[in-house]
Ligand binder design. Structure first.
Ligand code: 26V
Length: 816
């Protein structure tokens, strides 16, 4: 239990009113909603800051290892309610609001969501921060303070339109600037080698300097005294440099420096599907990675003295995918150039300090930087990469003499590119996948050859989600019901949810469970009416697919099936099924044309259904605009069916799948990523599994044995739906030709239907039939839904973080 005194209701009231007076010179009655939000946030922040001071001192005195979790994305979601929840202060605040006449829902909506991530990778990092603090583990999240987060999405005439996300416009109540920890990061320039002392000294000349200024966002643990921080680095031009350059008349260069600092942290790249070697992205990655390393060295020196030879005993650097992988050569550089280390000593420290998680096997998403770009933009880093590559290849040559092809595949530098994944695998002490299946694929395929050489490094740790945000915060009704049934130990021990399992047989509990779901559907419907003027009937089956739009995630399979359902209804006046509302939430990368076309297709099918009197009674399709963390918090608790349709082998884990399961949705899914483990946890009778298995998919890709045209010829329903894609039924003829063509013929020489949409279609429709039948049996459905919540405990990120800590990080929990 936390030791720090909580505020009473009266103290909360006094603080809010006092802050409005001091900060805004107004009374509560005169204050705007935003001013009230800020006064409340600032009150909570005061409580957190008191804890932060104590936590920092305790961590320093414990003198243990610390984790620096580097990620180019952290999708934190709003903070106000989660901090209130973690401080166990919700009731005091609720009562204070009631007495002050503040509407809590309105208040929460005032907080801009920090959308500093694209999807799964960024949200995982945020869930990890919650569990790290809750488990008392000393850790700092490190990232970029993007001025603009992921674009906001509007749908106009059925198509995606992107708007800028200016989340800092009205200030950020949660961040604390720490300008005293600012450091300089250097780009470009040239190297001079100096042997005058008898040893090589490399001097970096004519570089472009940028100052990295950190802003810290506190992250509270649940019901404890721990506070960690997320450190967000922001760029500014060096002031002295500016003036001196102007003085010397070096106007051009001064402008260049300023330009660099200005654009560096401007915007998060909205791509998570496809890698492009853009210089600005490389700059972003190096910027926050170098700043973090410089800071952690300074911090180590303050506490342990100037000798860094045992740095790895006190510091773990975790790199969330390869994006911060330059931490490896950058640490080599700092140790050799600034601390006088030999290559061997520097390599020893680095290879005992860095751990790497892989999040995707899609080859188009693997980072490969042009060597030229690395050489001109980060010349010293490039030089170090060359030496690392030379030593790696030498070692590989011993193991695979003469096997040039294999060595080139494993090299850091090959074919004029820098292969970040090879760098990370070769020089990290740990490489992990994010589900069992994904871990196996890394070993048997993606990093097969590395696994032969260094098998001890490889592991799989299945992702998890914080059930505090995704159940307690997002689904207060279900949380209350659970606590009423089994007490509140599940708040810190999610496996305790298993105690709900016997309650499947309790008719009263089933009824309460169903009532909660219906209330959540109603809440969602009202939210949708407010946001996009379109609700749905809470008595229909709520079927949801919410995730980034990607061909491999197969939103198209879902949409094609809806078109087939529409045809069945239209053809048969007696067709009957439980009415369904199908919701899609998905942002497409602005440059991913096909993905945007799929959004348009979904909306065209939605319109077609809506225009038909009988079809629109049985089926409603809603495209939820701007799917983001806050939207997910309303959407997921309402869902009854969760669609997890990725082509087997393609989804490394998935985490949305776990959130739906925990909230009592049933899953229709392939045996891919963490779905495999969900199936094992809940049992095949409580999940709808369909489609080709990983082995079969691999065989198809290896042998080119699948013919989409055969499915097209043999399945009349598919043939008809696909014909409707192109014959003007859905839009002017021609609009969706590209989708049709890709399914039937493939793109530029590639195989037809590369994501096996047609291949899995039959099996998908069969599973959907079973779902409609089962939904009619309300008792059966509720039993299955309860089983899903009850068996979801292992997907809590507390379990994930314990595994990382036991197997990779070895941090001691801070206690005071
Ligand atoms: C990819 C790229 C590639 C181009 C460079 C920039 C960039 C930035 C982000 C990404 C993200 C792709 C990786 C990703 O988000 N993977 C997802 O990670 C989740 C957490 O482990 C996992 O559940 C999902 O299955 C996986 O797709």
């Amino acid at each position: 239990m936390q030791q720090h005194a909580l505020l009473t209701k009266e103290e909360v009231k006094k603080s809010i009113v006092g802050k409005l007076q001091r900060h805004n010179g107004c009374s509560l009655a005169e204050a705007t909603p935003n001013q009230i939000y800020k006064a409340v946030a600032s009150t909570i922040r005061d409580q957190i800051m008191a804890k932060l001071v104590a936590a920092r001192r305790a961590i320093r005195e414990a003198n243990g290892r610390r984790l620096y979790y580097l990620s180019v994305e952290f999708l934190m979601g709003r903070s106000l309610l989660s901090n209130m929840l973690n401080l166990c202060a919700t009731s005091a605040y609720r009562e204070a609001f009631a007495e002050l006449g503040i509407d809590m829902e309105d208040l929460l909506r005032e907080e801009p969501e920090p959308g500093l991530g694209n999807g799964g990778l960024g949200r995982l990092a945020a869930c990890f921060m919650d569990s790290l603090a809750t488990l008392n583990l000393p850790a700092m999240g490190c990232t970029i303070r993007y001025e603009y987060g992921l674009f906001r999405q509007r749908i106009v005439d059925g198509q995606q339109v992107e708007l800028p996300d200016n989340w800092l416009e009205h200030g950020n109540s949660w961040e604390i600037p720490a300008p005293e920890d600012s450091v300089e990061v250097r780009f470009g320039g040239r190297l001079e080698e100096d042997w005058s002392s008898g040893e090589l000294h490399v001097r970096h000349m004519d570089y472009t300097p940028v100052i990295a200024v950190p802003y810290d966002m506190p992250v509270t643990g649940y019901d404890n005294d721990m506070v960690n921080v997320l450190r967000m680095w922001s760029a500014r031009a060096p002031k002295s440099f500016d003036l001196a350059s102007f003085g010397r008349g070096n106007y051009q260069q001064a402008l260049e420096v300023r330009g660099m600092a200005e654009v560096l942290c401007k915007v998060l790249y909205p791509e998570d599907d496809h890698f492009e070697g853009k210089q600005l992205r490389l700059s972003q990655h190096y910027f926050f990675t170098s700043a973090t390393l410089q800071f952690l060295i300074a911090e180590y020196k303050r506490e342990h003295g100037d000798d860094l030879h045992r740095l790895h005993e006190k510091v773990v650097i975790h790199i969330n995918d390869t994006h911060p992988g330059l931490a490896i050569p950058e640490m080599m550089r700092l140790l050799m150039d600034n601390e006088g280390f030999s290559w061997e000593d520097a390599e020893y420290v680095v290879t005992h300090m860095v751990a790497y998680t892989n999040h995707t096997i899609l080859s188009e998403a693997l980072e490969r930087w042009p060597e030229d770009l690395m050489r001109t933009h980060l010349p010293r880093i490039y030089q170090i990469l060359q030496e690392m590559n030379r030593r790696l290849c030498e070692r590989l040559w011993q193991r695979f003499p003469g096997d040039w092809d294999r060595i080139a595949q494993m090299a850091i530098l090959a074919y004029n590119q820098v292969h970040m994944a090879n760098l990370c695998v070769a020089y990290s002490y740990s490489v992990n996948g994010v589900s069992k299946l994904h871990g196996d694929i890394l070993k048997r395929s993606t990093f097969h050859d590395f696994h032969l050489v260094m098998p001890e490094k490889f592991s799989a740790i299945t992702n998890g989600i914080t059930h505090r945000r995704w159940l307690m915060l997002a689904n207060p009704r279900l949380s209350a019901l659970i606590t009423e049934a089994i007490g509140d130990k599940w708040h810190t021990d999610a496996e305790a949810l298993r105690e709900l399992l016997p309650l499947r047989e309790d008719a009263a509990f089933r009824e309460s469970f169903a009532r909660v779901k219906r209330e959540n559907k109603l809440r969602l419907s009202q939210w949708l009416i407010l946001n996009q003027r379109e609700g749905f009937d809470p008595d229909c089956l709520l079927d949801v697919q919410a995730k980034r739009l990607h061909e491999y995630k197969r939103q198209l399979l879902n949409a094609l099936h809806l078109l087939v359902l529409y045809n069945r209804i239209v053809d048969n006046p007696d067709y009957d099924m439980p009415p369904r509302c199908v919701i899609f939430g998905a942002k497409a990368s602005p440059g991913y044309r096909r993905a945007k076309l799929i959004i348009r297709f979904i909306n065209a099918v939605s319109d077609l259904v809506a225009r038909h009197p009988r079809a629109s009674k049985l089926l409603k399709i809603i495209f939820l605009e701007n799917y983001c963390v806050s939207a997910a918090e309303v959407l997921i608790p309402a869902a009854e069916l969760s669609q997890q349709l990725s082509t087997a082998t393609k989804e490394a884990s998935g985490t949305g799948n776990m959130k739906f399961m925990m909230n009592g949705a049933l899953t229709i899914g392939t045996l891919d990523g963490a779905n495999v483990e969900m199936d094992a946890a809940v049992g095949r009778e409580n999940i709808y599994i369909f489609g080709a298995r990983a082995g079969e998919v691999e065989a198809i890709y290896a042998g080119n044995t699948y013919q989409a045209s055969t499915v097209f010829e043999n399945n009349q329903e598919i043939r008809r739906a696909m014909t409707q894609m192109i014959d003007g039924t859905l839009a002017e003829a021609g609009v969706f030709n590209e989708l049709y063509h890709s399914l039937l013929f493939g793109d530029h020489g590639g195989m037809a239907d590369p994501y096996l949409v047609l291949k899995d279609f039959g099996s998908y429709t069969m599973a959907q039939k079973r779902i409609s039948a089962d939904y009619r049996n309300a008792d059966k459905w509720q039993r299955m839904a309860i089983a899903n919540t009850a068996c979801s405990g292992i997907f809590a990120s507390d379990r994930t973080i314990r595994e990382y800590n036991d197997n990779i990080w070895h941090l001691a929990p801070a206690r005071w």
